[in-house]
Design a protein around this ligand. Sequence first.
Ligand SMILES: C[S@@+](CC[C@H](N)C(=O)[O-])C[C@H]1O[C@@H](n2cnc3c(N)ncnc32)[C@H](O)[C@@H]1O
Length: 333
Amino acid sequence: MSSDTSDKNASDNESSQSLQGQEIAKKYTPHPLPPVPEGMSKSQWKKVWRRKRWEETKEEFSQKRREKKVRAKLSRRAKIQEYKDRGEEIPEELCRKPRKNTTQLDSGIKIVIDCAFDDLMNEKEVISLSNQITRAYSFNKRENHHAHVTVTSFDKRLKERFERDLKDSRFYDWKNFEFTGDSQLPVENTVYLTADTDETLESLEPGTTYIVGGIVDKNRHKLLCYNKARELGIPTRKLPLAQYINLTGREVLTSTHVIQLMLRYFDNRDWKEAFEAILPPRKLEEVAKSLEVGVEDSAADGTSKSTSENACDLEDSIDATSAIEAVVDVPKK
Ligand SMILES: C[S@@+](CC[C@H](N)C(=O)[O-])C[C@H]1O[C@@H](n2cnc3c(N)ncnc32)[C@H](O)[C@@H]1O
């Protein structure tokens, strides 16, 4: 294809895409909320209405998303072809990482995601947890080592969310992943991971089961997993973050990142390497900075909040791939 033709195709493509975008935007412009039915609060009705709207439009939305994916794929292929035609090296950003790592090794550890905390989360947090579980599955497929992962207490809203909205992912067939409604946790050769303990996890040992709390709580429920583990007589450990990153205090990560870190650890059995790869210092500095700004801003406008509430704001304001669930007690520089 000549570059003139491809430029023209690209510009045709762009204008047709922007037209489509306008159509979609028109369609998805929020509908005014119909009158609240008797016996329902406004916020209950908003939820019901939003779900109804979603049910009505989700098929169309999925179709648009599929089309967008196909367009992106074709455009990427066309770009690669242009580089090939010119005999140039294909830039790294166009080379996709394979979805599945075919030379993966078994780490020998088991991971349990303890999801017994449904009642302590709001709807949004249950959705966030379900997305974290799908990301954990994806890491478990792509990292150089995998673990056997069991999601326990898979019932209530989490199960509903998977069965209703994520059924296309065929999660019951995921390799090295198991879902069970059982809430029973193993206790033999088991360690419960929690940021709330004083004991540090020095290494990961094959043959051991590591339990990760399956909860998104933005630090509302401190000591939750720690107390549960103690009641069950399961030893607790925290990741050795403080030894390698420049933050003090409790560092609460998301369940997914704890899992990714554990898998990455097996590359060279080296925590430092894993932290540096997955928790870039830049990201951690950003987190520390925004936390301090948040504290100052709220103090300045007289809406002073507790540190954990600021940590919640922080989690909402940083990008979705951030590893940090909450950071408290960040020292002043
Ligand atoms: C968002 S945290 C949940 C925080 C919750 N309040 C609790 O009591 O654990 C999700 C899970 O990730 C794991 N986790 C997070 N940060 C950790 C750390 N620094 N060390 C070890 N495990 C951690 C724990 O298993 C934790 O339950």
